[in-house]
Write a protein that binds this ligand. Structure first.
Ligand SMILES: [Zn+2]
Length: 443
């Protein structure tokens, strides 16, 4: 029986940035795109599986350059660091990876994973044990004892959840090498951290410390990504040689010049902020944050546009894995934000989520474009994303997902389960039960 898939008569957006082409046939087999255009049908085996894409749009499988596939749509740092254990974390990650693939996302980059399970998940997907997208992964994030976005919840040393605390340059070298030995595709550094008594996030790595990690990783052929949520950290990361800057929040002109000079890519990851700003009220998110996040998108969006115009590769990431960005629901939203906040055309935004995102997969020229010889990840969408980019964030518009040359079954029930015992944090109450509250007395 033929293992080929022939996608017939669709309108092709090939991910290179080229204008769409009408009525194009695409022939794929595991795991290569074989022929595109007039010869595809003639070349195909007589019993090739045929997908009719007439009136539909054919695109490269989407790439999400910033996902946390082991967080299980977590609602709080408490849960993430203290209510997770390895067995359920691995089992839930396996089902969540399936959701991501079924949303048309055929590749993801995950910089840091709970219990450092990223390389094992990646290898299990490759082996066919777990159904999921291609995974380019870190092990854990390297944090100084200031503690990333979880502040004082992070211990002064050791390992917790997705965090590995490093306090000296010796430890930075040691853990970079250990993560590479464990199979890291990326080394991740939390270049900023939050302290409850101080506003915003602070740069908590010196430029020299970042350089030590970059030099150690680069010597072993592994790139470095850094979470940078203020201007200073972006400047330091770019100068130190960080390859992919996540967020780059509030980047200034000096930071942008350093990014251009040193050749870093940026994945701004606005989706989490945009969801909180636009829909946070619907899910009881902390009130008062909407305006702050909207302001951050506006301020950082202007600089991202300048970066885009200066030729910096802008990547598309959703930060899926949190309660505000559950798996399978928001992987395409970043493109919408790039259109709205940066003023990119839909075609330019798609190119960010396809060709540019291949950088996060370390697979430029292999992934992110539909060209003969590329890996066989292709999606078919009912609708025109150039007229409305939001169709790429609507799972119900997907009519086919081809991953590694094979059609993914989109008709099964969506994976769902009840909360695993001990896994979610329940609050005792939303506010204090005073005597006046209980008996309706004037307070
Ligand atoms: Zn993240």
């Amino acid at each position: 029986m033929s293992e080929q898939v022939l996608i017939r008569g669709g309108r092709l957006i090939d991910g290179t940035g080229a204008a769409p082409r009408a009525d194009v046939d695409v022939l794929v087999e595991p795991d290569r795109i074989v022929v595109i255009g007039a010869d595809a049908a003639a070349t195909a085996d007589a019993d090739a599986h045929v997908i009719d894409a007439a009136g539909r749009t054919v695109l490269p499988g989407l790439i999400d350059a910033h996902v946390h596939c082991t967080f299980d749509d977590v609602a709080s740092n408490d849960e993430l660091f203290f209510h997770r254990e390895p067995t359920v974390a691995a089992l839930s990650a396996a089902r969540n990876l399936e959701k991501i693939l079924r949303a048309g996302v055929t590749s993801i980059m995950d910089p840091d994973t709970v219990f450092g399970m990223g390389p094992s998940l990646r290898d299990s997907i490759e082996a066919g044990l777990v159904e999921g997208p291609r995974l380019s992964t870190g092990v854990q994030a390297l944090l100084t004892s200031v503690g990333g976005t979880a502040g004082r919840l992070i211990p002064d040393e050791g390992t917790v959840g997705y965090a590995q605390i490093v306090n000296t340059t010796d430890e930075m070298v040691t853990w970079t090498r250990r993560h590479i030995k464990q199979g890291a595709d990326w080394i991740k550094v939390h270049a900023t951290g939050s302290i409850p008594t101080r506003p915003g996030e602070l740069a908590v790595w010196s430029e020299h410390e970042l350089e030590v990690v970059c030099d150690t990783a680069h010597e072993l052929g592994v790139p470095v990504t850094a979470h940078c949520r203020n201007a200073e950290s972006t400047l330091r990361a770019a100068r130190a040689g960080v390859d992919l800057i996540l967020h780059a929040s509030f980047m200034d002109g000096e930071g942008l010049a350093a990014v251009v000079e040193h050749g870093a890519a940026i994945c701004p990851t606005f989706t989490f902020l945009a969801n909180l700003a636009d829909f946070g009220g619907k899910v009881g998110a902390s009130p008062g944050m909407e305006e702050i996040f909207r302001g951050e998108i506006e301020a950082t969006g202007k600089m991202m546009r300048a970066a885009y115009d200066a030729g910096v590769p802008i990547l598309c990431g959703s930060e899926s894995g949190f309660a505000l960005t559950p798996y399978g629901h928001w992987h395409g939203r970043e493109m919408e934000v790039l259109v709205d906040a940066l003023g990119l055309s839909p075609l330019e935004a798609i190119t960010c989520a396809t060709r540019n995102n291949a950088i996060a997969m370390r697979a430029e020229g292999e992934l992110g474009t539909v060209e003969a010889g590329c890996r066989a990840d292709v999606i078919v969408v009912d609708g025109d994303p150039l007229a409305d980019i939001r169709v790429l964030n609507d799972r119900t518009r997907l009519t086919a997902v081809i991953s590694r040359g094979r059609a993914v079954d989109l008709d099964r029930p969506w994976p769902e389960w009840t909360p695993v015992r001990g896994w979610k944090v329940g609050a005792w109450a939303e506010r204090s039960l005073t005597h006046a509250e209980a008996y309706g007395e004037p307070s």
